[in-house]
Design a protein around this ligand. Sequence first.
Ligand SMILES: NC(=O)c1ccc[n+]([C@@H]2O[C@H](COP(=O)([O-])OP(=O)(O)OC[C@H]3O[C@@H](n4cnc5c(N)ncnc54)[C@H](O)[C@@H]3O)[C@@H](O)[C@H]2O)c1
Length: 666
Amino acid sequence: MPRTLFQDEILTGIPAQLPEAKPYDKAINHAPKRKDILTKEEKLLALKNALRYFPEALHAQLAPEFAAELKEYGRIYMYRYRPSYKIYARPIDEYPAKSRQAAAIMAMIQNNLDERVAQHPHELIIYGGNGAIFQNWAQYRLVMQYLATMTDEQTLVMYSGHPLGLFPSHKDAPRVIVTNGMVIPNYSKPDDWERFNALGVSQYGQMTAGSYMYIGPQGIVHGTTITVMNAARKQGGSPAGKLFVTAGLGGMSGAQPKAGNIAGVVSVTAEINPKAAEKRYEQGWVDELHTDLDALIPRIKEAVKAAKPVSLAYVGNVVDLWERLADENIKVDLGSDQTSLHNPWAGGYYPVGYSLEESKRMMADEPGKFKEAVQASLRRHVAAVNRLAAKGMYFFDYGNAFLLESSRAGADVLKADGTFRYPSYVQDIMGPLYFDYGFGPFRWVCMSEKPEDLAKTDEIAVKVLSEIAANSPEEIAGQMRDNIHWIREAGRNKLVVGSQARILYADCEGRTQIALAFNEAIRKGEISAPIVLGRDHHDVSGTDSPFRETSNIYDGSRFTADMAVQNVIGDGFRGATWVSIHNGGGVGWGEVINGGFGMVIDGSEDSARHIREMLFWDVNNGIARRSWARNSGARFAIEREMARTPGLKVTLPNEADETLIKNALQ
Ligand SMILES: NC(=O)c1ccc[n+]([C@@H]2O[C@H](COP(=O)([O-])OP(=O)(O)OC[C@H]3O[C@@H](n4cnc5c(N)ncnc54)[C@H](O)[C@@H]3O)[C@@H](O)[C@H]2O)c1
């Protein structure tokens, strides 16, 4: 078959001739200008670093262009090198490749950068304001070329978006090893990220952005649904007519209104950026957009009275919304926030009282003043939340560092003993009910990109889970029921944005049995192409994050990161097709270590072996750690696993008597 232009361009990598300059497309949502952090000397270094991707003959032309980008945007993106083809997940057979595994990874990269999926696609930012897949377009081009030419006996090594190169390995080794933002701990502050990123030597990979595993807002919907559902249960009675108020219609936060509808509540989500709000509205992820609080308040009252699920959005600042709700004495049942507070000083949180444009200008030109405005806004934000919480609202931190940054801003968010007034969703819901039992955000992507293959996988997953649920112990029966309900409804809820992907919270047994059944269906030709298995880093074992994933670890070890590091090392030699380890995913640089994997399954015996060996470790190492931390659900789960798995022998904690300890210290 003759090669397509798409294939040609990938195989060319960085062309010898200068490609046409690309106009700056104003219709696209662009990353905010980054702050001017480099010294004069460092700027020379940044330029020199950028030019090392190109032959010397092009330097005279590229140097002033890159210098202008650095000045204008605070980063060198190399816009000229954006490819001329449209980026989206094509079926696996359309990639030029010697390795099917590498072709699948190309498809995943293409999906991350799809304009319908990525937040700031031209700056290679996938979600969360600064969650990058690559630092610049030269890296993208080189990586695609390496993937297109590599074999199953090579491994591509990725340093924060930069491809170090292909190294000989073997067919059971990962095809790609990704590290993002790995820095010496003393250089892990937000400004260090600004500096290293501007120099072109490090990047913030978020969780699924820099690890090629982002599947659009669906990736977070299931987790958000079970969180909202369980939060509503805490308030007692039916979810119908309960009011849930939150903020953010961005990459992941955009899942909230959809989750609210599925959980059966009335939701109001504030979003300051009209482009983000309109995108979610057009995609059918939020039902109504409102710009006027005077009109929104009666609409909220009407919706609560009707007690039917509906998702309303307020296009404006969430602090204005909270204050108005408190002033009007509206009964809010559930409250949360998903602004990007993991990135408070560079566009993650917009302070009340300033327009979007004014904030963007201030964060680049007057960073000190901007920081003060954010902190003042957070103090007002918390004050309004506190007024409603005093009247019975259940407020929870949704893992965006809201409580952490509010406390740093001096907001009234701490109890007398120095702990937060409000729980994180992991402490109350996700940790004890899900992670401790091994339930986490398992996902898969059909490499044929055919909706009928996805429908077939849904069908298989329902069958497998129903069989397992028939014999599930009482401790996990409810979770199994919710998950079966979710997967039955998934097709109807039209969750796909970008590639044909599905998320499903499942435990080790569920993940393994579902994956083996997929593999068998591929072998028999019932599913027409390979499948990529993976997960969010936000899982049982993948992430050490003291205020989020590991916030329900109470033995003092939540500030250690052994689990996340061990997890990735173990996945790497048990059959993952690619692994990743990152600094900062979800809550910000320096605050967390997180990792994940991707696994291509193709119906072979090798795939079945990888599934059994790797998924077992990937879930159970975290359960073992949670059990050692004395979490009762995890203790139950790991003892159950040991009883049925020869070769598994985990150190179990002995419980000490509280009075005995107190007396000993007197
Ligand atoms: N724990 C989880 O499972 C989980 C899930 C989703 C998101 N998160 C966290 O939530 C945050 C949001 O993630 P995202 O991918 O949606 O990020 P995002 O940057 O794409 O979206 C955040 C949105 O909030 C809006 N916003 C900021 N300040 C605002 C304000 N004052 N009023 C109204 N809107 C405002 C922004 O315009 C933006 O669209 C991140 O910190 C992420 O790590 C956690």
